[in-house]
Write a protein that binds this ligand. Structure first.
Ligand code: ADP
Length: 482
């Protein structure tokens, strides 16, 4: 009998009229469970519960909020191996990456437990005699969250933890491909003592559940991570709605990794292999453009190819696997479509890009490296979201920087060099939210801001203390004491 998972609404486990199967991408015979596919009526109930819970939760003692988040963190940490396994089974990243992500969720919960106690304001002198000014931060109200499939527990954690720490109530919809991790996180938060209605989980389709959250008049803010197209539509509807909704979007990337002639070749190859192909390239911070100066180009391509040949693509849960499957059949079709497009645009498929058969039926794809690419090709401009990277040959540092910045995105950007001058110049002039020197473009800390520029992000940054910019609203109070 397949396990069944219900929504959480007003502190209760609520069955949905329809269910969706959750399939393991490493083995499509493995049905992980049937998960609620909610309706607009479920969203209405969830928002009503969140609205009713808001007055008490937003005025609750910060010690209470701290303790709940800390208890949840402790449970996530204690169960990180099991949660990592749940995550890898439904998403397809390797078990080591799954456990790493579960650990990250635990760290985030602990960080924001502390933030609940640290929220402060300012007292400012007025320009008017006898008047005092106090600048404080307040919770917003009911926040809607829509999350993607590529970080099934870390992204829900980095949205939920600050929202709850600062006194908001929440309705969250995880991606339909990976509901189990978000379900487990919500279950843990409830058992940690969240009052009923503070956190509501409605699983299901974006076009039904996501849309109903966006359209609801009592949802005052939306935090979204996903594709540019959906993000743009969400932002437009948040601005058009009454009342207008505060909105935060994290979307795609076409992240450059510049490799200069003076780079340490071993470091450059590790950064490229990790950034482009680990997690099956399914990271918004993946290095999909490798911009390489001509003096090191051939050596870099040869060494990276050798590194790629050693990468084991197999079942995410199997020991020894470096790269798991693509998340589903639709994404595999997208990846293969871009591989065909790259060839038709005149790029050279230097290595990889073949579909692979493994012991169990799954969506296995060999990482693909294209050379002889230009930055004008669609392959170099559009986000693939798979293990596909283009090498773009450039003359010198100046051309490398110009090509790196010539993109509609601006999330993460990297450079491999031993030159302090070029590293410093690149950090200053890269048009991205995050810049990495001699590090992969993917892989960030949780206590500092995360986000980008241009088509990558919209609204305040996520993570670290900067999260308060989105999850609180500022009040300026003037008092004349007489
Ligand atoms: P991806 O292509 O990576 O799946 P999407 O932007 O389609 O990216 O999905 C990200 C999240 O947005 C998922 O939870 C998805 O269900 C949700 N979503 C998709 N379409 C809509 C929509 N019209 N309204 C609200 N949420 C949506």
């Amino acid at each position: 009998m397949t396990a069944q998972f219900s929504n959480f609404i007003a502190g209760e486990s609520v069955r949905a009229a329809r269910m969706l199967p959750n399939i393991n991408p490493s083995n499509t015979h493995d049905v992980i469970g049937e998960f609620a596919s909610g309706s607009a009526a479920d969203v209405n109930n969830a928002v009503a519960a969140a609205k009713a819970a808001f007055p008490a939760w937003s005025r609750s003692n910060p010690q209470e909020r701290h303790d709940i988040l800390k208890r949840a963190s402790d449970e996530v940490m204690a169960r990180k191996d099991e949660l990592g396994r749940i995550l890898s089974r439904e998403e397809g990243k390797t078990l080591a990456e799954g456990i790493g992500e579960a650990t990250r969720a635990g760290q985030i919960l602990a960080f924001f437990a502390g933030e609940a106690l640290r929220l402060n304001g300012e007292v400012v002198n007025s320009i008017r005699p006898g008047v005092g000014i106090e600048v404080t931060r307040e919770a917003l109200g009911v926040i809607g969250m829509i999350t993607p499939w590529n970080f099934p527990i870390a992204i829900p954690a980095w949205k939920l933890a600050p929202a709850l720490a600062y006194g908001n109530t929440v309705v969250i919809k995880p991606a339909e491909l990976v509901p189990h991790s978000a379900w487990a996180l919500c279950d843990i938060l409830h058992r940690a003592g969240l009052p009923r209605g503070v956190l509501n989980l409605v699983m299901g389709k974006g076009s039904v559940v996501g849309q109903a959250i966006i359209d609801h008049g009592d949802v005052l803010a939306i935090s979204f991570t996903g594709s540019v197209g959906t993000g743009r539509r969400i932002a437009a509807s948040c601005v058009a709605s009454t009342p207008m909704k505060k909105v935060q979007l994290e979307m795609g990337g076409k992240n450059p990794l510049v490799v200069l002639d003076d780079a340490d070749l071993r470091i450059a190859v590790e950064c490229a292999a990790n950034g482009a192909f680990f997690s099956t390239g399914q990271r918004c911070t993946a290095s999909s453009r490798l911009i390489v100066t001509e003096g090191i180009h051939d050596r870099f391509v040869a060494a990276l190819t050798e590194r790629m040949q050693a990468l084991v693509v197999d079942d995410a849960l199997k020991a020894g696997t470096h790269i798991g499957p693509v998340v589903d059949a639709k994404q595999l079709e997208v990846d293969e479509g871009y591989i065909a497009l790259g060839r038709s645009e005149g790029a050279k498929l230097h290595w990889g890009g073949e579909r692979l058969n493994r012991e169990n039926p799954g969506f296995y794809l060999q990482p693909a490296l294209f050379t002889e690419c230009t930055n004008q090709m669609r392959l170099s401009r559009e986000e693939v979201f798979g293990p596909v990277a283009s090498v773009i040959r450039v003359k010198d540092y100046e051309e490398a920087l110009a090509v790196a910045n010539d993109t509609d995105f601006g999330l993460s950007s990297g450079i491999c060099t031993t030159s302090l001058k070029h590293a410093t110049h690149y950090r200053r002039n890269s048009e991205a939210g995050m810049v990495m020197v001699n590090l992969p473009t993917a892989g960030v800390d949780y206590h500092v801001p995360f986000g980008g520029r241009k088509g990558s992000s919209y609204g305040p940054r996520e993570q670290g203390a900067y999260a308060r910019e989105f999850y609180t609203t500022v009040k300026t109070a003037y008092t004349f004491a007489g």
